[in-house]
Design a protein around this ligand. Structure first.
Ligand SMILES: Nc1nc2c(ncn2[C@@H]2O[C@H](COP(=O)(O)OP(=O)(O)OP(=O)(O)O)[C@@H](O)[C@H]2O)c(=O)[nH]1
Ligand SMILES: [Mg+2]
Length: 421
């Protein structure tokens, strides 16, 4: 997609506006496609739109419009990005008529995920989604290429009489199965590690979720004094990372940063990122971060809610956080409209402290007070008690010490069990 001189690829963003879609919604989606294109390093040279009752079944745009687009492309564009997911045959026909490559929204998002995937798990997840997207397209390509495609020279191992496309499909299926097996193994391993970590570190967990580019990683950095990747790109973060809230207190709170959501997140991606998100969704609190300065924030908020429902996180308590208020947005109006929300800028230390306090308050509400008796013989548990609980009072009595403590119910229960041994 890059020419030999490494000049940026020149892209046209194109979209059909259907009757039910408002101008605002349409423009917001197109602006987002531009952002996606920029994230891929494309230079957007033109926009191209058409109002239609429905997508043209053969090539997305109407006949006359395809002609127009063809000459626009000839004037200097390398690729056309279409703001919907289109069928393999629509893409193929459109490419043929306008004379350049066409990428639909799904493909653009998949490509970004592909480039940003770092960990083994993220790579495998993205590859599964890409293969799932490509399979029907390969079938289409084979159909269009006709019977002579059987003559195409394949890479070894072809069973007698099997066409190239059948072979490719079989390979794709096998590869997906293989990747899925790897992922399942990784998932299991992570689960075990997580269980161990929770044993050690307590159970208070909060996950930062929200639309891509809302500022989740920026807040992660500020809240945990760590080095999460922050970038003015869509889908900068693909892996869940976990760090302790800083400064540490009782309970010790773990914060996770997660992959961002977007309108029309390809279905294959939702499925494949579910395991990554699962970890985050075991959190007791979701901090839903919204970019208050984005005119389309309401839609972004709704999309995030939808995806959270879809992946089974509907009932996890949420804290709604409007971020980037330094860039725009009406704080008073937001507070009136979304009771209980917090309006902040991740760039202001005071605001981050307010958010931290809200998170800590949520978890402190769960804490219970209890009395523990620590016999002299079990002094080795003393450090553990102090690590997991706040000790409110301590008095020696006969065979040991009584400690009045405050901690998470699970931590207190665990200590009780250990003391009973
Ligand atoms: N002005 C302003 N910019 C912010 C604020 N918070 C984050 N940003 C910027 O917004 C951009 C995106 O921030 P990230 O923290 O990477 O966003 P994210 O939600 O993690 O995005 P993904 O990982 O892509 O889902 C970066 O350029 C940040 O510097 C804020 O409060 N004010
Ligand atoms: Mg991020």
């Amino acid at each position: 997609m890059q020419d030999v001189n490494h000049k940026p690829t020149r892209a046209v963003v194109a979209a059909v506006q259907l009757p039910g879609v408002s101008d605002v919604e349409f423009e917001a989606s197109l602006a987002e496609l531009r952002q996606l294109a920029k994230t891929l390093g494309f230079e957007v040279v033109a926009r191209f739109t058409q109002k239609r009752q429905s997508f043209d079944s053969s090539a997305y745009l109407g006949t006359g419009k395809r002609e127009e687009l063809r000459s626009l492309v000839q004037d200097g564009a390398d690729i056309v990005l279409v703001d919907h997911e289109i069928s393999p045959s629509q893409a193929h026909n459109l490419e043929k008529e306008i004379g350049c490559e066409v990428m639909d929204r799904t493909m653009v998002i998949l490509e970004i995920f592909h480039r940003h995937a770092r960990s083994r798990a993220a790579r495998a997840q993205v590859e599964i989604a890409r293969l799932g997207y490509m399979a029907p397209r390969l079938r289409e390509a084979a159909k269009l290429a006709g019977p002579q495609s059987r003559e195409r020279s394949g890479v070894g191992g072809r069973a007698g009489g099997e066409s190239q496309s059948e072979l490719d499909r079989r390979k794709i299926r096998d590869r997906i199965a293989e990747l899925q097996k790897e992922l399942d193994a990784m998932h299991l391993e992570r689960k075990t590690q997580r269980a161990r970590r929770q044993e050690r570190q307590g159970l208070a967990r909060v996950a930062l979720v929200g639309y891509t580019n809302a500022g989740k990683s920026t807040l992660m950095r500020a809240l945990t004094a760590s080095e999460a990747l922050v970038a003015d790109k869509l889908f900068a973060t693909l892996d869940t990372t976990v760090r302790a809230l800083h400064p540490e207190g009782v309970p010790r709170i773990l914060v996770s940063d997660t992959v961002g959501f977007i309108k029309n997140l390809p279905h294959g991606l939702v499925a494949s990122f579910k395991s990554t998100l699962d970890e985050a969704l075991e959190a007791s609190l979701l901090v839903h971060v919204v970019d208050a300065s984005d005119p389309g924030f309401e839609r972004q908020l709704a999309v995030t809610d939808e995806v959270l429902d879809e992946i089974g996180a509907k009932d996890v308590p949420r804290l709604l956080v409007f971020n980037k208020i330094d860039r725009g947005g009406d704080a008073a109006a937001l507070r009136a409209r979304y009771p209980g929300c917090i309006v902040i800028s991740a760039r202001r230390a005071g605001d981050v402290a307010t958010l931290r306090e809200a998170i800590v308050a949520f978890f402190r509400k769960r804490l219970v007070e209890a009395e523990l008796f620590l016999p002299w013989a079990a002094q080795k548990l003393r450090g553990e008690i102090f690590e997991h609980c706040e000790v409110l009072e301590e008095r020696s009595e006969g065979e040991g010490v009584f400690l009045r403590v405050r901690g998470e119910p699970e931590a207190v229960q665990r200590l009780r069990e250990q003391l009973a041994l």
